[in-house]
Design a protein around this ligand. Sequence first.
Ligand code: BES
Ligand code: MN
Ligand code: ZN
Length: 499
Amino acid sequence: MASSTFELPARGAFPTVELAKKAPKQADALLIATFAGEEGLEVPGTSLLGSSALRSTYEALAAVGATGKAGEIVKVPAPQKAGAAQVIALGLGDVEALDDEALRRAAGSAARATTGVGTIVTTVVDFGVSAAVEGLILGGYSYRGIRSTELKDEEQPATFVVVADKSTAEEFEAARTVAESVLLARDLVNTPANELYPESYAAFLSAQAKDAGLDVEVLDEKQLEKQGFGGILAVGKGSARPPRLVRLSWKPKKATKHVALVGKGITFDTGGISLKPGNGMWDMISDMGGSAAMAATIIAAAKLKLPVRITATLPLAENMPSANATRPGDVITHYGGLTSEVLNTDAEGRLVLSDAIARASEDKPDYLIETATLTGAQIVALGARTSGIMGSEVFRDRLAEIGREVGENAWAMPLLEEHDEEIKSQAADIRNINAKREGGMEFAGTYLKQFVGEGIEWAHIDIAGPSWNGSAPRGYTPKRATGVPVRTVVTALREIAES
Ligand code: BES
Ligand code: MN
Ligand code: ZN
């Protein structure tokens, strides 16, 4: 089927990773694993090198001081008749400590260190198919932005030919599908807000979702008005670019459970009339990271054909100050009727999400997972790499555990009893900010809780920090958009599908 006519202005480059039963006769490099043993470097056997070639490779690596420590990358000339010019040794550290996350990180470093190399044959999947494939694709991704020049040869991501038994094909394909979905979320988040605004974003998602076999519904500002989406409209009305509500659904026949996904889609957050300071405001292009992650997740679920019904509800709006913007003190009426006093227009995420959560709850799903770049307080409490998860206790705890298992650090946070009182307003049912500074992340969670339907297991994942990497690349995490928490939610969906 024809893919989207609404293409993104730029996408990140990433390595090609393909599966082969046998190593090709000729390649540019061989990528092999090394370990740091008690007596130093260890080189495990690989089908890519015979015993004498393995021995001479070991000697060449030892001679240049390779240690096999985690993430170490050492390049040496390949032995004769190896079918490649060089051997690239990837340190996996202590063999006893090797787990999926260590492998994923090392593979990510390898992908970043091998741009411009060309075709690389590898057997590192011997230590974990999914982790190796995910690490190579996620780590090898880089977003160059919108440029007038082409990628230089030395910047070109490598092609990895993964040599493994045919029995790994299914796991290999699934890992590639998940990793490429994470890249979709990253591409969306990395796109600047003059290109990605509610209308263009909705059009792009529609096309992607239809290609993946999902049902799509997009509400424009008139339909939002008619149906009473007062939160989304209040946030969007300061912008010349009107808001949208996107609904994507995956309805496999065999499904017994229904999961609602909700994600914050603020395409740019200036703060509105409660304007943010100019310094660093630009990274609020990432304030739609929750919606990007949930869109990527439901697309991944469809490609994986997960036997679980999923509905994604994505409120998209641009938070701008203008003569038409919502003012501090305004009272708005959310979808479903609850009223809210907007004391700070920069606490806009909860306003759009509440409408979306109320709408998603109408479908009576078994579970509702929502994620958002919601509060600076999340970063103060947990740092930039650990998401805060609130909600129904058992489900919240399980999601936090899954996050840690897949390498997307997450921690369960309580909803605070005092906030049940403090959320009450003089002028409306509830107020959108707390009078006190304490527990800003949790207050936002309490706000959202008001809109979750009876009997639904729910979780709110605050990804303000983890969705964006403002520092240097590390492991399989590039600069800028990270794609968190796509892998956590995909894993949760797999688990629910099997339950
Ligand atoms: N989008 C921001 C939260 C954010 C901050 C995300 C930093 C990523 C990095 C959100 O809309 C916001 O502005 N929250 C306010 C809430 C406050 C006004 C109660 C905040 O955290 O300061
Ligand atoms: Mn804000
Ligand atoms: Zn925001």
